[in-house]
Design a protein around this ligand. Structure first.
Ligand code: ZN
Length: 165
């Protein structure tokens, strides 16, 4: 892990190849910024001209605070674009932007049952964190099975790799 807390290979999909390297910082890296904007442009074009910008998503989420205000990805896209049948690529773009906003420190909660919303309490954030961890652990259990390792051994290896950077 580098000084910015980045782990190589664990950054947003659009991050540059230096993500996790010593001295790299996603927030000030011009490469990462350019790659993110390029990706948004590509997804924007794929979505029949439907434009979704970072500021739009942030603004829309600010109208959906607390678990009661949760909204599905499809409805959030519809709210932003005014389109009643948003394209799958528009939803993909929304998820990319949400990952970006989380990286910026915005407490965006998300759960299949509640949809997306901004956390109003630490309990809500905790629920999302537990959901994300469970999903990640599910993947790690499968990796451990393929490698014929016990999960704690795989976790130990991952911790070592993270400290080695
Ligand atoms: Zn970068």
């Amino acid at each position: 892990m580098n000084a910015a807390g980045e782990i190589a290979g664990a950054g947003p999909v659009h991050a540059c190849t230096m993500f996790g390297a010593p001295g790299h910082d996603y927030h000030s890296c011009p490469q990462c910024k350019a790659r993110f904007e390029l990706r948004l442009q590509k997804l924007g074009r794929a979505g029949e001209g439907t434009m979704i910008e970072i500021a739009d998503v942030k603004e829309a989420l600010e109208r959906h605070t607390g678990e009661q205000g949760g909204i599905t990805a499809a409805r959030l896209v519809a709210e932003i674009t005014g389109s009643l049948s948003p394209s799958p690529s528009a939803e993909r773009k929304l998820r990319d932007i949400i990952a970006h906003l989380r990286h910026d420190g915005l407490p965006v909660c998300g759960h299949p049952v509640t949809g997306y919303y901004l956390a109003e309490s630490s309990e809500e954030l905790e629920l999302t964190c537990r959901f994300l961890r469970k999903r990640a652990l599910h993947s790690l259990v499968q990796e451990a099975q393929l490698r014929k390792l016990a999960l704690p051994d795989l976790l130990g290896q991952i911790a070592l790799e993270m400290n080695a950077a």
